[in-house]
Design a protein around this ligand. Structure first.
Ligand code: NAI
Length: 342
């Protein structure tokens, strides 16, 4: 079985090559992203395998369908880049719902600690034999309030980590987990009471720009915002304004609204064309990593294994437990599916 693997990076290859040999899947690795212009690379392939910044909109889906592609295997959890309604009746799409919530939650905490203890600045100073402590004063996490938005797999691990630091955790989720022992509060209260806010909900029409001008106005002065979820949960211009006005104490961003043309690529030595990102990065209290939170050995192995299993199941049966729901286009209503959706 041939699968066109788009946006392939060196760190993807070992685990996927292993799974390919093990499960008899011929992955064709392309370092280009999937777009309407590159879709033709999938000619002769039964499926395509894509990541977060590949484009699978209606036009791309129709092109893939006309080439005979039957499987769209996402090697990630989020699927906001896929037009699922267009997939219906044409291409079966599946994702990797969980590969290591620890990888992402631990990265969120790593960014938070780096930021508030100024490790990023201290590292550069001592490299230059500058041992001054001026400007490196941080604050204790112990006793502070963390507001967690989205208490799914990653949000819960982050909650546990925060509790381990002696923090109070309050949370908001559209679908609160009954009996989980999590203290749920309305979103407005979370914004007003949290010293640290960490986003762990999916990007949907409803959550788009959930951190915007109004929300930033309602935050505690000095609040730290962490986003390891999806960039467009935050209005980046409003965030920049909040930082300039000293309302936002720090921002830890593993994702960025306009990341698709920037992240995963080396632009060192180039002029950064995205002024908002350049300005954010220039701030001493902003840390940006380029969608790196998932990047651990454990997660990469799990991603490759589940993606390969999804491909085999979709090819053999026309359905799999990680297939996405084409009707609602948002959540995985197809869990425990035992028959083909189409
Ligand atoms: P999950 O599906 O286990 O949890 C998501 C939670 O968000 C659920 O509890 C759900 O009820 C809640 N939710 C849904 N709509 C909401 C709304 N309107 N307001 C508040 N909460 C809402 O997902 P998981 O695995 O915890 O992942 C969370 C997000 O992390 C994903 O959507 C993905 O975008 C992002 N992610 C980022 C990675 C990275 O490398 N930076 C890697 C993996 C995931």
């Amino acid at each position: 079985m041939k699968i066109a693997f788009f946006d392939a990076k060196p760190y993807d290859l070992p685990a996927f090559k292993r799974q390919g040999e093990l499960k008899n899947i011929d992955f064709r690795f392309f370092d280009t992203r999937l777009t309407a212009d590159t879709a033709s690379l999938a000619e002769g392939c039964e499926g395509v395998c894509i990541f977060v910044n590949d484009c699978a909109d209606a036009e791309v889906i129709n092109r893939l369908h006309s080439l005979g592609v039957k499987i769209l295997a996402l090697r990630c959890a989020g699927y906001n880049n896929v037009d699922l309604k267009s997939c219906y009746g044409k291409i079966h799409a599946a994702h990797v719902p969980a590969y290591s919530p620890y990888a992402v939650a631990e990265h969120a905490m790593a960014m938070l600690l780096t930021s508030i203890r100024r490790i990023h600045r201290a590292y550069i100073r001592t490299k230059d034999f500058n041992f001054s402590l001026n400007g490196l004063t941080g604050f204790d996490l112990h006793g502070k309030t963390a507001g967690v938005i989205g208490t799914g797999k990653i949000g819960r691990v982050f909650t546990d980590i925060c509790r381990g630091f002696g923090m109070r955790v309050i949370a908001y989720d559209k679908f609160p987990a009954e009996g989980s022992g999590i203290e749920y509060v309305p979103l407005e209260r979370l914004f007003a009471e949290s010293d640290i806010i960490s986003l762990h909900c999916p990007l949907t029409a409803e959550t788009y720009h959930m951190i915007g001008r109004d929300t930033i106005d309602s935050l505690k002065t000095g609040a730290v915002i962490i986003n390891t979820s999806r960039g467009a949960l935050i209005d980046a211009e409003a965030l920049l304004e909040g930082i300039k006005q000293r309302k936002v104490g720090a921002a830890c961003l593993d994702v960025y609204e306009e990341e698709s043309d920037i992240f995963f690529q080396d632009f060192s030595g180039h002029i950064m064309s995205d002024d908002t990102l350049a300005r954010l990065i220039s701030m001493p209290n902003v840390i940006v990593t380029s969608h790196q939170a998932f990047l651990t050995n454990e997660a990469l192995e799990n991603i490759a294994e589940t993606t390969a299993d999804n491909i085999i199941a979709l090819s053999q049966n026309g359905f799999c437990e990680n297939e996405l729901c084409y009707r609602c286009g948002q959540v995985e209503h197809c869990k425990n599916r035992r028959e083909r959706c189409f």
